[in-house]
Design a protein. Structure first.
Length: 308
């Protein structure tokens, strides 16, 4: 069988996405140790700092009976110029799978191209697929939604920077046919090629996608999602971004526009007082930290899908 990778949400069909979500819920509800990966190892390559991705993948592998190996890019020979081509071939001879948290999406694609074992995107500048699976799981959990058909009635709103989170939210929304609204300043909307790729799916899946700069589009939202205004790699723009994004903050006034049972999501880490107020973080900590916990259950489902 040809090896499977997870570099983008688009690597998964609607059927596979549903199966992964169902498996994640099953694993969360059973919470039992499995030994399906006994004797198997997963390499975790980190070019960026990590808390949730590192701990959730490492814990997931252990709870499935395998062993994670943390690989700091600063300590790999790639730091001295070894190519990704050679790195991928060597690591494939030792490991059963690879996860990479990288600055450039093209590097994860190159790693997957030459690796003979499955490669997982743990975050790039383009997408964050495992995070978005946990996000959808959390929305289903808090709104007591059991099926994707029922999920289509939930209005999901994201406000802030159109980053890798937005790209993956767009992808999963159009593949599953969801109701998704992106609220972002005009100069920070997704690139045309990203929007065009997403919109290609809408006619066949019935997804309702709205792209706007009007914060009032959050009206009747069932889930409001935000992320930091200045992602890693854009630190030189921090002052400029703070000024532009100030009216897109998730605060008590914005939540007055939402539905009465609206939840707040944040992929973390959050900068309290910037993209979200401390008051909102504290009030909605249950959904936000359950969202973080669900990374563990999703990672297990992903590993079983790719490595089992």
């Amino acid at each position: 069988m040809a090896k499977k990778d997870l570099l983008s949400i688009y690597n998964l069909s609607a059927k596979e996405l549903k199966a992964l979500l169902n498996k994640a819920f099953e694993l969360k509800n059973k919470r039992k140790y499995l030994d399906v990966f006994k004797g198997k190892t997963l390499g975790l390559i980190f070019e960026k700092p990590s808390t949730r991705t590192m701990v959730s993948f490492a814990t997931a592998m252990v709870q499935l009976g395998g062993m994670p190996i943390l690989l700091d890019s600063e300590n790999l020979q790639r730091k001295r110029g070894e190519s990704l081509h050679d790195t991928a071939i060597v690591l494939s001879r030792y490991l059963n799978g690879l996860m990479m948290r990288a600055f450039k999406h093209s590097d994860v694609e190159e790693l997957a191209k030459y690796s003979t074992v499955p490669v997982i995107n743990g975050l790039t500048d383009y997408e964050h697929p495992c995070q978005i699976l946990a996000d959808i799981m959390t929305i289903m959990e808090f709104h007591k939604v059991k099926t994707i058909e029922a999920l289509k009635k939930i209005k999901i709103v994201y406000t802030g920077d159109s980053n890798n989170i937005v790209n993956s939210l767009l992808a999963i929304s159009v593949v599953l046919g969801l109701d998704f609204t992106l609220i972002s300043p005009k100069e920070y909307l997704p690139k045309k090629e990203i929007l065009n790729k997403a919109l290609e799916y809408t006619s066949s899946t019935g997804a309702e996608i709205k792209i706007t700069s009007d914060i009032n589009a959050a009206k009747n939202a069932d889930a409001i999602y935000t992320d930091v205004w200045t992602s890693m790699g854009f630190e030189t723009e921090e002052k400029k971004r703070k000024k532009i994004f100030s009216s897109y903050q998730v605060n008590s006034e914005l939540l007055k526009k939402a539905s009465s049972n609206c939840i707040v999501l944040h992929c973390l880490p959050a900068i309290r007082g910037e993209e979200v107020t401390a008051e909102v973080m504290d009030k909605y900590e249950n959904s936000i930290f359950t969202q973080a916990e669900n990374r563990l259950h999703v990672q297990k489902a992903v590993l079983l899908h790719l490595l089992a």
